[in-house]
Design a binder for this molecule. Structure first.
Ligand code: PEP
Length: 248
């Protein structure tokens, strides 16, 4: 596994130009925290501005369309976000799977389109509380991920990260135990090795996401096979996001 942890902020549908000062502050401080790779996924409307104003920060998008261009009112292609300055894209977030009916097959098509546009991927997966209570979390997550990943990815260790985000932990203040996170990340690692081979599969970073904050980051990120964090709410303010980066 890559030694350098990867901490990614997901601003979701938050942020106008007034929030550029937070991005600048994250950029400035993360330049001093070289042991951690820090990245930010603002809404589409801010990608270009954050790319310009926070020049050292890797900027990403939170989604992209499967097609390169065409009659798709309201959609944004991978080539367009790359042109705006994005270097990666988050795909298959549970808020898109649940709110927009995105299937594993669609996530996989989007991933293929994103790779073709030169973007790195963060593919999300995670179970509902009902699935976890039924004791089926590992089966559910590995099946979901198997269907969402492209068959092959050139230099998968560099171009792919997976984010394990239990749906019931997102924005709720609740988190799985360190032991449950470790068990899920080991199951995901086994799948990645099976799909991409021993070396590449071992190099792909598996992020944990779901109510990570500066107080719990140290403990959660120490779980087995955790290579960083995908952070929602706590990434909206530079102070709390940087607290997580320092803990990583
Ligand atoms: C997320 O939705 O990617 C996320 C991890 O959110 P939060 O940190 O707010 O739980």
């Amino acid at each position: 596994m890559t030694e350098r942890p990867y901490v990614v902020g997901n601003w979701k549908m938050n942020g106008t130009r007034a929030m550029l000062s937070e991005a600048r502050a994250i950029d400035r401080s993360s330049q001093r925290l070289m042991k951690v790779e820090v990245a930010l996924a603002p809404p589409f409307t801010l990608i270009h501005a954050v790319h310009k104003e926070a020049a050292q920060l890797a900027i990403g998008a939170q989604d992209c369309h499967t097609d390169e261009d065409g009659a798709r009112t309201g959609d944004i292609s991978a080539a367009m976000v790359a042109d705006a300055g994005a270097k990666f894209v988050i795909l298959g977030h549970s808020e898109r799977r649940e709110g927009h009916g995105e299937t594993d097959a669609l996530v996989r098509k989007k991933a293929e389109a994103a790779l073709a546009a030169g973007l790195r991927l963060i593919i999300c997966c995670g179970e509902s509380e009902q699935v976890r209570d039924a004791g089926a979390a590992e089966d559910f997550v590995t099946t979901q991920l198997r269907g969402s990943l492209p068959d092959s990815i050139e230099d998968a260790g560099a171009n792919l990260s997976v984010a394990y985000e239990p749906i019931w932990a997102i924005g709720t203040g609740r988190t799985p135990t360190v032991s449950d996170i470790g068990a899920m990340h080991r199951a995901i690692r086994a799948l990645l090795v099976e799909r991409f081979g021993e070396d590449e599969g071992a190099a792909i970073r598996i992020l944990y996401g779901g109510s990570v904050n500066p107080d719990n980051a140290n403990e959660l990120l120490a779980a087995d096979e955790v290579g960083g964090a995908l952070v929602g709410g706590a990434s909206l303010a530079a102070e709390s996001f940087l607290g997580i980066v320092v803990a990583a």
